[in-house]
Design a protein around this ligand. Sequence first.
Ligand code: V47
Ligand code: SF4
Length: 392
Amino acid sequence: MTTNETKPGLAAILAAPTLDADMKKIADKVLRQERLTPEDGVALFEKGEVGFLGALANHVRERMHGNKTYFNRNFHIEPTNVCVFTCKFCSYSRLYKHREEGWELSIDEMLDIVKKYDGQPVTEVHIVGGVHPKMNLDFFIELIRKIKAHRPDLHIKGFTAVELDYMFRKAKLTTAEGMRLLHEAGLQSMPGGGAEIFHPDVRAQICHDKVDGEGWLDIHRTAHQTGMVTNATMLYGHVEAYWHRVDHMEKLRQLQDETHGFNTFIPLKFRNKDNEMAHIPESTIIEDLKMYAIARLYMDNFPHLKAYWPMLGRSTAQLTLSFGVNDLDGTIDDTTKIYSMAGAEEQSPSMNTAQLAMLIRQAGRSPVERDTVYNEIRDYSEVEFSEEELMN
Ligand code: V47
Ligand code: SF4
């Protein structure tokens, strides 16, 4: 089958006399590779049935990536959970005055985490945490330099736009100046956190005191102009309406048209354990799958769509691979407390390469290890694993 042919399942769905006329029009646009409008995006959320959305998103995913599903070998460092901000969905942060309940790692302690991976084939360290009032730009420049000096081959992906906005303002630097300093020290890319929902009405309710949507976009624009690639997230399934999600995706799509600096879009499902939004019920798996599918259809200029498996759990992560997702992030070792503390499925989120590759193969896809910028490192479709590797 060539990449633009429709699979029998999709053909049958599109031919069904019961298919809504608006959905049929949108499907025809997708098959012609025409861009969807914000109205189309909202209509997909309101009227798109899960099987229809999945079949269409899967068509796009296979047109772009065939059967490949990417993952990388990475580990996380979370320097601190002390944070000056008060996002209502956050289960993990502690205010400075309660810092004894949290953690604050020194540069040496963080280097010790890096050293634990000496001799292991990890390709990326992902550094992200709370916004500590005393961990400033100089502190992080020193950390990055020391990691690079110890292990030059390790790609450093670090700091959300929220952390950078605070760091640069405190250092009294422009975004471009601060970004250049970090890039020169060895920072190579940025994760997508802190985006939440850009619209100010939603931000006012869930995260009123951190960088606003325009500020987030401006920091990513500057990162792209400085020569770094970045990701983008969207925290969904709380107080927002469908049109807020579409507005968020539209703003990202416009910036991507301008800079082409985004690699991956990552919808993040709101988890409601131990936070000030605990009264809001979590989205269902069906809603999650629809979210991924619509993201794949709408974000036509984003090369990759990632499901963050520690948050979703392994089984749902496998399902997303038929709903547009082509990336399952990484083997993710060490501490990723922002999710486990918010009620994520995976309390100790770590899978070795064999386990992650098998998870992908069991979903009928081809696991391919990538580096942070999607250079392919190894195809694991045919690799045989020992029982020991799969059990560990
Ligand atoms: O911005 C916080 C989210 C994000 C909750 O770029 C929550 O590769 C759900 O962005 N329920 C930070 N989500 C982490 C992040 C990330 C993760 C993995 C990979 C990448 C990447 C980026 O975590 C925050 C916020 O949106 N978050 N609390 C919660 N209760
Ligand atoms: Fe701080 Fe990030 Fe938590 Fe917001 S989500 S309170 S910025 S750690």
